[in-house]
Every structure is written in C-alpha cells, then in structure tokens.
Design a protein. Structure first.
Length: 318
C-alpha cells in the first residue's frame, strides 16, 4: 500500500467516521426517548465511542463521550421522578463508563500510533542498513535464512542460490581454517565476533569485508546469527592479508585470533584470557584465589613467598 493511498484512506476515515458516530448517537437518542425509563438503552452510546478506534481524529473519543453524556442528561430531564426505585445512580454511572471507555480508546490509539511509528523507523533503519552494508542471517547450523540485496550483488550469487545454503558458500580459500574456528568458538560461547574477512564471488573473484557477527536470542536461547558486513579500510585489508598469508604458511607470528582480535600467544595471552572470562567465572576465580592465598601464606611460614602471597591477597577485592 503506497503512502499516498494510506493518507487518502486516513483522510476519508477522519471525515466519515465522526459523521457515522453522530448519526448513530442520534438514532440511539430517539430510541432512548421512546424506551421505558431505566431500560439502559443509553449504554449503546459506548459503541459510538468505540468508533474512535478506527478514526485518526484524536479528540473523537472524548468528544463522543461528552456528546453521549449530554444526550443521556437531556433524556433524563423531566423524567427523574419516573425513575424506578434504586436506579437513580444508573445514569451517573453510565456517564462514568462513557469517559472511562473514551480514555481507554485514546490510550489504545496512542499505543498503536507509537507502534506504527517505531515500525516505520525500523523500516527506515533496515533500508539504510541494506544500502550501506551486507546483511545476512543464518540458523544455528550456519545456513543462510536471509540475504539482502547488497549481499546478492557483491557475491554474484542469486538469492535462491544463497538462502538455505551454508554461509561458507562465499568462503574464500585464502581464509585460514583457524579464523573460522575462532568465529564458531566465539559465537557458541554467546559472544559477538568481528574481523576482516576475504569472501569469494561466484565468478571466483573476491571482496573484503569487516564482518560483525552476533548471536540472535529468543526467550534466552540462541536461534541464529546476524552478520552485518561493511567495507574495511585499505590498511585493514593489507594487515589481514599479511596475517592470513603467514597463518596459511604456518609461520610463528606470536599472535592468535580470539573473538576476531589479534592477541599474543603463550604466557603473554594471560591478561586477554582473564578479560574473556564471564562475570560468574571471574567471581569463582577471585573466590578460589582468596581461599588459596591465605593457605599459601601459612605454608610459606612468613618467608619471602609468604610476604609476596600476603601482598597479593591484600590487593584482591573483598
């Protein structure tokens, strides 16, 4: 549905529904005049107020409630003495119901309007993202479930050739297996992964991307992965190309990929491993250290090792 058609439809409804509501209110008023006093026909005005759910005129619900209240009071004028016993509060309660209904209708309409605005914003964001980045989603097995136009155009594959296939259909042979092992190790641990990647086109050519892959969760469980890839800088491409070449040739670089980042190997990797611990793992590690260090102090008997252990224990947070 085009925006122009939606605007025309909204204008048409904004003019027609108030007229329908006014006519319906007039019909209910005539029926209520002829009905016995206390028959409750006036509650039909609630239907007039509910028309506010379909009209874009924001003031309609309160205006309809006010009109219904006035008509109920006019119908009651002169018939107060004829009211059956115990029904004198029916009309005031009826008017209260009218305004409560109007407030509920207006609240619902406002929430619906906000939801539509958010959907439009999400649509604008998606269109902007599609224009600026390659976007794809996969299931937990790595099979492509969505590919935007930029992905189709850059890869050279048709959408039918991509959706349902494993994402490694665009994997370039120059990419070392350890890079993708790091990708899956990171994702299966629930963390996002970012790195510069060389992808293969259908015709055998290639293109470089800075890939940002993150788990997609639903009800706390990972149901797939979202990949957003943008164009890397020339410096990023040169650095990645040199690193991957050395990794393929088996050179000892002293570096390794962790969550897509280059980190030192060996004992120099300890700070990075500590930072990669989850909060619960850090709590366990700190607790274990605080239990073991006092024992080490006692065992060292106050010597140099005991002094060092005591200093380390004091430095830990309690």
């Amino acid at each position: 549905m085009s925006p122009t058609f939606r605007r025309l439809t909204a204008v048409s409804r904004s003019r027609a529904l108030p007229v329908v509501g006014l006519a319906l209110a007039a019909a209910i008023f005539v029926i209520d005049l002829e009905a016995p006093v206390g028959s409750g026909i006036g509650m039909l005005y609630v239907g007039v107020i509910l028309l506010g759910l379909w009209t874009p005129w924001q003031a309609y619900p309160m205006a309809a409630a006010s009109l219904a209240s006035c008509l109920v009071l006019v119908d009651l004028y002169g018939d107060w003495s004829a009211l059956p016993a115990g029904t004198s509060l029916n009309r005031p309660l009826m008017i209260l119901v009218f305004f409560i209904t109007a407030l509920v209708v207006r609240r619902f309409v406002n929430l619906e309007r906000q939801a539509l605005e958010h959907l439009e914003q999400l649509g604008d964001f998606k269109r902007a993202l599609d224009a600026a980045a390659i976007v794809a989603t996969t299931d937990v097995k790595g099979r492509i479930t969505y590919a935007n136009d930029a992905f189709v155009n850059c890869s050279g594959f048709s959408r039918d050739e991509l959706v349902g296939k494993a994402h490694n259909v665009v994997r370039h042979p120059d990419m070392p297996a350890t890079a993708f092992q790091d990708l899956w190790d990171t994702l299966t641990s629930g963390r996002p992964w970012t790195a510069v990647v060389k992808n293969r086109r259908k015709n055998g050519d290639h293109y470089w991307v800075r890939a940002n892959v993150t788990p997609v969760r639903e009800a706390g469980a990972v149901i797939g992965y979202l990949s957003v890839r943008v164009k890397p800088s020339r410096e990023e491409i040169d650095a990645a190309e040199d690193l991957y070449r050395r990794m393929r040739q088996g050179e000892r670089t002293g570096l390794a990929l962790r969550a897509g980042r280059l980190v030192p190997t060996g004992w120099r990797n300890l700070p990075y491993r500590l930072r990669a611990l989850s909060p619960s793992q850090r709590i366990v590690a700190v607790g274990a250290t605080q239990v073991l260090l006092p024992a080490l102090v006692a065992w060292a008997g106050g010597g140099a090792w005991g002094v060092a252990a005591a200093v380390a224990a004091a430095a830990l947070p309690s």
